[in-house]
Design a protein around this ligand. Structure first.
Ligand code: URA
Length: 207
């Protein structure tokens, strides 16, 4: 089974089996979307009104801004994979509750493992705190975070302010843009670290 079919199966299964209470009020599930071969997965918080209507993540104003930032580093939406920690819209876009995050966690982990990206980028503090509960976004944004989890397919993470929060705040918007432009360097740093992790000594039998 190729990655695209694998992801489709994961989404079909969890649309039926997910026990998130938000299912009762949302129009539909909003699974992740993008390239199954992506090197980067972006994780946001939860769908908003447009996402709930269309069944796709980041299709409203925040999504348009995300696409603009991707284009500033020479990437397109189709090159990456975009998802959320919670797959159903919370009423009136309130913050998702811990139970709702927990109910959607295995869905998120399965999609991450199906893609196996090199880098996971958190869009906002909710996404970051789902994996790094004690980090503060004001301190961690724009920095490479490295941690091994036994159920997550990469140990490399990068945190950004949420595009919806930065959209109408000039200074946060500038910081987000500057952090976003570090992404190519972050990928280079990951490649370098992976090269250096190779066994320092390789034996060549020359006899
Ligand atoms: N904000 C999010 O966190 N996710 C979306 O899908 C849209 C807006």
């Amino acid at each position: 089974m190729d990655k695209r079919d694998g992801l489709a199966k994961i989404h079909d299964k969890w649309k039926k089996d997910c026990v998130c209470e938000l299912k009762k009020t949302a129009t539909q599930a909003v699974p992740g979307d993008g390239s199954p071969e992506a090197r980067i997965v972006f994780i946001g918080e939860a769908p908003g009104r447009s996402e709930d209507e269309q069944g796709r993540p980041f299709v409203g104003a925040a999504g348009k801004f995300l696409e603009e930032m991707l284009s500033a580093i020479g990437m397109k939406r189709a090159d990456v994979y975009i998802t959320n920690i919670v797959k159903y819209r919370p009423p009136n876009n309130r913050d998702p509750l811990q139970d709702e995050k927990d109910a959607c966690r295995l869905w998120l982990l399965e999609e991450l493992n199906a893609i196996s990206p090199e880098l996971i980028i958190f869009l906002g503090r909710h996404a970051m705190n789902n994996f790094f509960p004690s980090e503060k976004i004001s301190k961690a944004h724009g920095k490479l975070l490295i941690k091994e989890f036994n159920d997550v397919p990469t140990k490399f993470f990068f945190a950004l302010y949420h595009p919806a929060a930065a959209l109408y705040d000039g200074s946060m918007r500038e910081t987000l843009m500057a952090d976003f432009k570090k992404i190519p360097k972050v990928l280079e740093e990951i490649a370098k670290r992976k090269r250096e992790e190779k066994p320092a000594k390789t034996l060549f039998d020359l006899s």
